[in-house]
Design a protein around this ligand. Structure first.
Ligand SMILES: [Zn+2]
Length: 592
């Protein structure tokens, strides 16, 4: 029985589990500080930290053994603990030796001047000082020459990304497998991060990575984009072409807030990341991510908490940490979580409202709490956490009205189905002369000076990837930001103070990407070490200082959200199992 008030489901065939929220089973020694800003510094510190963790673990496995066995863990999973301690002892001895060797080799490569510190006889001191000066001058000259002219002679060794999903790792007290979290904050517009109201997300991005923004798929709506994030597919491929739409094949309507739509897997095409992970033998947990709880092939996440509104962020944090604190054989290695409050605030009062700013602070604190809870468990080198959003938000408090009843005349009453608010995907009734009304719409669009566009499957912009699917209505009217499609009865009353769904190239629709974890350290180090010689590195680091970002924040250029599927596959170490996507092949290879 769940100990919080979220309903809690497990995959059929597995037992229902009970959790104690907030237990700190996996709590290890806290570890301060993160990889430093230079490649050499980052790499050396990683190596040192690994050694530090293992030293702590040796202490834990000897001096702390009795404490641990008599502590609360013993009652919860004694057999796992015994197993862990046995495994850790063997694993660590070998790992430690390996790390010592690797570390020593790294040191050899990085600190080539150790002979300077060899003991010297006092009688030779003057001579030695002079030698030292020559040597230093030589090294200085070498550094300058290699920086200016040379191929990158002084590059640090290219760090290796280690995403083996089966390898056991230790946080100092418990055994873990490489773990990944993806958290979606609905409606967090990329530029919200420039408001000075998200110090913790910025701090996480400073330790890790941030993108200038992430381009959502078209239409820039919640369900199409959450499913694009999950599957790496455009709407025309994954089939969720709007939050509400008509399917001519099944002659039924998909509606995002109807349980029948979410529970019926036949609506949802593509392979979500949790399906790929489950097929690869990875335990997954889904906390309210918009989408189905079972795919067309009958696969579900191991743990699933269905959507419920107004669940406090603390409960979500605690649920995620409860999963992290499970014993190894039950613990999910891949967790996805969803939070809608910022989007709700954006719709209600608009993106520039005090309410949005307040909720922005709340989701920022949520990100901080998650990050700090991972750090407190000494999991910074084990767990990758990726924060994303599905789309942005634009002010629609004073939109200019476009009256569709004026344009279509009697045709306005002859529409059988209208999909995809704030666009209008129109299916005229069979009695209507659809070609005639399409002409009316296209002429009106031409005369509107760009207030809205009218597309068919044939004329839809290719960059929308929004035509090859029967679920996409044959005529699509797409308003530009600042305009609302309405009629004289409604008179724009349906429009909220903030909205999204517009052109995915519009900056206000762009989503955020912030990540931290072992992979982000590797990305930074690889980028810095592969950027060429020292001088080039200093002069050409991409996006240095962008939007006042601190100079040690690594800013990725804007990328499309269909790349996220392959990122998570890489982090989970199951790239070879990845399903085909609309993402760019090898997109993440240039980063790590
Ligand atoms: Zn949304």
């Amino acid at each position: 029985m769940p100990s919080n008030n979220m309903s809690f489901m497990q995959r059929p065939g597995r037992r229902w589990s009970s959790f104690v929220i907030g237990s700190n089973d996996a709590l290890g020694g806290s570890r301060k500080g993160d990889p430093t800003s230079t490649a050499i510094g980052a790499y050396t510190e990683r190596a040192t930290s690994r050694l530090g963790d293992h030293r702590r673990l040796h202490q834990a496995t000897t001096a702390g053994l009795l404490d641990t066995l008599s502590g609360p863990h013993f009652h919860q999973f004694p057999s796992e603990l015994a197993g862990i301690l046995g495994q850790q002892a063997v694993h660590l001895t070998m790992q430690d030796q390996r790390d010592h060797t690797e570390f020593d080799e790294e040191r050899e490569g990085l600190l080539s001047g150790k002979e300077y510190y060899d003991g010297q006889d006092g009688s030779d001191q003057h001579d030695v000082s002079r030698k030292r000066v020559y040597l230093l001058a030589g090294i200085l000259a070498f550094l300058m020459l290699s920086a200016v002219f040379g191929p990158p002679m002084l590059k640090s060794p290219r760090p290796r990304a280690d995403f083996d999903c089966h390898k056991l790792r230790s946080n100092g007290t418990h055994t873990f497998r490489k773990t990944s979290l993806i958290v979606s904050i609905d409606g967090l517009r990329a530029s919200y991060l420039d408001r000075g109201l998200t110090p913790h997300l910025l701090d996480i991005s400073k330790k890790g990575l941030r993108a200038k923004s992430m381009r959502p798929i078209f239409p820039t709506l919640t369900f199409p984009n959450h499913w694009a994030l999950m599957t790496g597919l455009y709407a025309e491929s994954h089939g969720i072409v709007a939050n509400n739409f008509w399917d001519p094949k099944s002659k039924s309507e998909f509606h995002y807030n109807k349980v029948e739509s979410c529970s019926n897997s036949s609506w949802w095409y593509g392979e979500p990341m949790w399906e790929t992970a489950e097929k690869a033998g990875i335990i997954t947990a889904n906390l309210m991510w918009p989408g189905p709880w079972e795919t067309r092939t009958g696969i579900s996440p191991t743990y699933f908490v269905p959507w419920k509104d107004k669940v406090p962020l603390k409960e979500k944090h605690d649920q995620i940490m409860t999963w992290i604190d499970l014993p190894l054989e039950k613990r999910p290695q891949f967790i996805l979580a969803y939070e809608p409050s910022l989007d709700q605030a954006g719709h209600l009062t608009g993106p520039n409202s005090p309410l949005v700013n307040r909720v922005l602070g709340e989701v920022d604190a949520f990100a901080r709490d998650l990050h700090e809870s991972l750090i407190a468990r000494n999991l910074a080198d084990i767990v990758d956490i990726v924060f994303v959003s599905d789309h942005g938000m634009t002010d629609t408090s004073r939109p200019e009205h476009v009256y569709m009843d004026d344009i279509l005349g009697e045709g306005y009453e002859m529409m059988d189905h209208v999909d995809g608010w704030p666009s209008m995907g129109i299916r005229f009734s069979s009695e209507a002369n659809a070609t005639y009304y399409l002409d009316l719409l296209q002429n009106a669009a031409l005369q509107s000076n760009g207030k809205f566009d009218v597309y068919t499957h044939e004329t839809m912009p290719q960059r929308y990837h929004f035509s090859h699917n029967d679920r996409i209505a044959p005529i699509y009217v797409v308003p530009k930001v600042g305009y609302v499609l309405t009629d004289h009865v409604e008179n724009g009353a349906g429009m909220s103070k903030g909205n999204h769904g517009y052109d995915n190239d519009d900056e206000s629709m762009h989503a955020m990407f912030v990540a931290h974890g072992p992979f982000s350290s590797v990305v930074k180090a690889v980028q810095q070490s592969s950027n060429g010689g020292l001088m080039r590195r200093f002069l050409s680091r991409p996006n240095k200082g962008w939007h006042h970002a601190s100079n040690d924040t690594y800013i990725l250029n804007t990328f499309q959200n269909v790349e996220i599927y392959n990122l998570m596959m890489k982090l989970l170490g199951i790239e070879h199992r990845a399903a085909p996507t609309n993402g760019t092949e090898g997109f993440w290879d240039k980063y790590f």
